[in-house]
Structure formats: structure tokens, C-alpha cells
Design a protein around this ligand. Structure first.
Ligand code: NCD
Ligand code: ZN
Ligand code: ZN
Length: 422
């Protein structure tokens, strides 16, 4: 079979940088070797070619909250940041808790998204797990309250939903903050937000999840946005995995971010960042996800106590972490494992690896091109970033299933995103 396209360059393949060629047919990698003959070819010098990142945690706010973001702006931002597949959370308006709503979201993404996607359904008492599991890629459960009304804090209901998800063969991604461990205090700053949702909130919730994880039928639980080492260190079985966000790795409560740094779970202490980074490097934390949660500057400008929690990050996830790789704070192996391989593997997607049979999704980066992050140059509808002024390595070109979405730093693609879990 002759490929439609061959790309020549230095690829990251199974832990190594290799100078070779990749042959692509119908958007899929069909061969990886030198001297591939193809109808068309492109080559990249002074760059390395990584698998596109798979960000399993975004909130693109459509339908219902499109003053904050929408599928068009969110997915264009993802593409510019080298993210070729996103996992969309259910806390939209209305929430994605019925098969019809999930299907409607899939349709919206299909017509608008510039990158591939998977859609999650929200778990709450009374949802129909069977019908939902045939349309949603995975499920999301909120043990603690956060943006939206998807709270599920009753342990009996939690286990019942997790058990039935396991029977349906679905991964459950969990917002793990124990509602009863929250402190109802009025908040004026990031330290107050930390105290309102102390580490015990997360540790308790994860402890409970570890108990669920031991039961039969063995559920697949992925803990979203982990912020404290003690939660990961609890005795837990292999079927429980963890995500960390760039903001919990790079920001802390002593930074002068005001309500822009208000997020759930809260930004922690500086030393927590260091321990999270170690857990990511060692693989104890398996994935990195942005928890891209945009709110408008007007909403964030409200008094601290009333300002909504959440911050944008899908476009800066790969750039910030690659900058850490360039500074030797994180290994390239750990980066590719957590941003590409593991998230795809977790949900059974043919993505995140440069190998025959996988989608031809790539981020082409020049590791010497570190630039300062400036929200004016990002593509979020909300027009701000908590990482303003920090350094990032943005991809020059991004391929989605064999076609360039971004070329030389400009958008050239069309909205041809696909449901990656179908
Ligand atoms: C998220 C949001 O705004 O949708 N906010 C946040 O603080 N992380 C919801 C969530 O992921 O908890
Ligand atoms: Zn959450
Ligand atoms: Zn989230």
C-alpha cells in the first residue's frame, strides 16, 4: 500500500528520538522506516516531531456557557497548543447527563471542532448508565461541588454509579474532593481558598475511591487534577490512576494571581508542586490534563469569595511542559508518556504514539524556541491566562490525522474533528 504522504524528520518513537520517515494513508500511520515512497512528502529540520497531545480534561462550555468559551475557540486553542484530541467535561448547560444531550454535544463537536474529541457523561443519581455508555466515551463524577450542579456526595449513590459503570466497562473520571471536609469560611485570597478546601478534602475522597477500587466488579477510576502527594501515596490498586494539571505543577497560593488563581482543587504550597512533579516523573501520576476551565474576566473580577473557580489552559499545556523539558526539570519520556501515550491508552484511543496503526497526529516543535506567554497571542475567548509572562515552547506545525491544522504558527485547518471513541 503506497502512502498518500510521507513525513521526514526526527520523531519521538518509543522513548527515543529517531531520524526516519513516517508513511500515512487515510490519516493513519502505516509505516515507520527510512526511504518511504509516497505521492507527497514534507520534511522538518531543526525540529522534533512528537505525537499530538491528548488532553482528557477540558471544559469548552458549549452549550450554554458560550460567553466563556465555545467549541470553535476552544478547539482552535487546543490545535495551536499541539493538543489533537480533547476530552470534554459534562458540566455545560444543560449538563451532559442524558444520551440525547451527549449525542447533541457529539454533533456540535463534529460540526465545529478543529481537533478530535471524546465526550463524557455526568454521573448523578438516576442517570441511565446503560444508554449513556453506548454514546459517552467515559463518565465523570463530582464528589465535591464545583462549577455546575453535578454534585454526587452520597457514598451509596457513588458506589452504585461506579459499580454500574464498571459493569458497562466504562472509565470513571472523578473530581475527588470530599464535600463534608470543606470549610465554610468566607474567602478573600488564595490562601483562604486553600483553607476552604484543605488537602484533607482530597485525601479523604481518594481514600474512599481506593476502597471502591478494591471492590468487584473492579472499576477503572481516574482521579482528576490531583494536588497532594498523600492522596497518590495512599495504598491503592493498579486500576486507580491519577491526573495532574500544569497549574498545580507551576502555580501556588503565594503567587499574586488573585481570583484568576482560584480553582478547584485549590493551588497548594510551593513544596507541593515539587512533590507533584516527582510523582509525574516517576509515573505514579499517569496523565497530565489542563482542566481548561475558562471564565470571563468580568466573572473573575467579582469579589474573591464570589468569583467562579477555574482557569484556562488547553493552549499552554504542551508549551509549558516542553519548556520544563528544555530546562531539564522534566524528562521528555515522562512528558510524552503523560501528555500523549497514557491518556490515549486509558480510553483505548489509537492516538498518542508514533507507530503503525495509530492516528497521524503530530506536534512539530523546535526545542530552542521558547517564548513568553502572552494572552493576546492565545486563542481563548476569555483572553487571559494565569501563566502570563511564563515561558513556553509552542508547536510550529500540528497535524491531525495526516493533515496540517497549524502550519508555521498559523491556522490552516478546517473543523474536521472526529469522535475518537466511536
Ligand atoms: C471547573 C469549571 O469551571 O468547569 N472549575 C475548576 O475550578 N476546576 C470544574 C472542575 O473541573 O472542577
Ligand atoms: Zn474538577
Ligand atoms: Zn475540570
Amino acid at each position: 500500500m503506497k502512502p498518500d504522504l510521507a513525513i521526514d524528520g526526527t520523531f519521538y518513537i518509543d522513548g527515543m528520538l529517531v531520524r526516519t520517515s513516517v508513511g500515512i494513508k487515510d490519516g493513519i500511520i502505516i509505516s515507520v522506516r527510512k526511504g518511504i515512497d509516497a505521492s507527497e512528502r514534507v520534511s522538518f529540520d531543526n525540529s522534533i516531531i512528537l505525537p499530538g497531545a491528548v488532553d482528557l480534561h477540558v471544559h469548552f462550555r458549549e452549550p450554554g456557557l458560550t460567553q466563556k468559551e465555545d467549541i470553535t475557540s476552544g478547539s482552535i486553542s487546543a490545535a495551536f497548543g499541539g493538543v489533537t484530541c480533547v476530552g470534554e467535561m459534562p458540566n455545560t448547560v444543560p449538563p451532559a447527563t442524558t444520551p440525547d444531550r451527549v449525542e447533541r454535544k457529539i454533533e456540535l463537536f463534529r460540526s465545529k471542532s478543529y481537533v478530535d474529541f471524546i465526550i463524557y457523561a455526568g454521573l448523578m443519581e438516576g442517570v441511565r448508565i446503560g444508554p449513556l455508555s453506548s454514546v459517552a466515551a467515559a463518565f465523570k463524577m463530582y464528589m465535591g461541588s464545583t462549577t455546575g450542579d453535578l454534585l454526587c456526595d452520597d457514598p451509596d449513590v457513588q458506589w452504585d454509579l461506579i459499580r454500574r459503570s464498571a459493569e458497562a466497562g466504562k472509565v470513571v473520571i472523578v473530581h475527588a474532593e470530599e464535600e463534608s471536609r470543606r470549610n465554610r469560611i468566607s474567602e478573600r485570597n488564595l490562601r483562604d481558598h486553600y483553607r476552604a478546601r484543605p488537602p484533607a478534602c482530597e485525601i479523604e475522597a481518594v481514600r474512599r475511591l481506593a476502597v471502591y477500587s478494591e471492590r468487584e466488579p473492579k472499576p477503572r477510576i481516574h482521579v482528576a487534577h490531583t494536588t497532594v502527594r498523600e492522596a497518590v501515596d495512599l495504598n491503592h490498586p493498579q486500576n486507580m490512576t491519577f491526573e495532574v494539571t500544569p497549574h498545580h505543577l507551576l502555580l501556588d497560593y503565594d503567587m499574586h494571581l488573585g481570583s484568576r488563581g482560584k480553582v478547584n482543587p485549590p493551588l497548594r504550597r510551593r513544596e507541593d508542586r515539587t512533590s507533584l512533579l516527582r510523582l509525574l516523573e516517576s509515573g505514579m501520576i499517569q496523565t497530565v490534563g489542563s482542566d481548561h476551565s475558562p471564565h470571563t474576566l468580568e466573572e473573575k473580577g467579582d469579589e474573591f469569595d464570589y468569583a467562579p473557580s477555574g482557569l484556562p489552559g488547553v493552549e499552554t499545556l504542551l508549551p509549558l511542559l516542553l519548556n520544563m523539558v528544555a530546562n531539564e526539570e522534566l524528562s521528555m519520556q515522562a512528558f510524552v508518556r503523560a501528555a500523549c501515550e497514557k491518556p490515549a491508552q486509558l480510553l483505548g484511543l489509537r492516538k498518542g504514539r508514533i507507530a503503525a496503526g495509530y492516528d497521524a497526529d503530530f506536534a512539530v516543535v523546535n526545542m530552542k524556541k521558547s517564548v513568553q506567554i502572552n494572552a493576546d497571542k492565545l486563542h481563548y475567548k476569555c483572553r487571559w491566562s494565569p501563566f502570563e509572562g511564563m515561558y513556553g515552547i509552542f508547536p510550529d506545525s500540528v497535524f491531525l490525522r495526516g493533515e496540517e491544522v497549524i502550519r508555521n504558527g498559523a491556522l490552516v485547518g478546517k473543523p474536521r474533528g472526529r469522535n475518537a471513541s466511536a
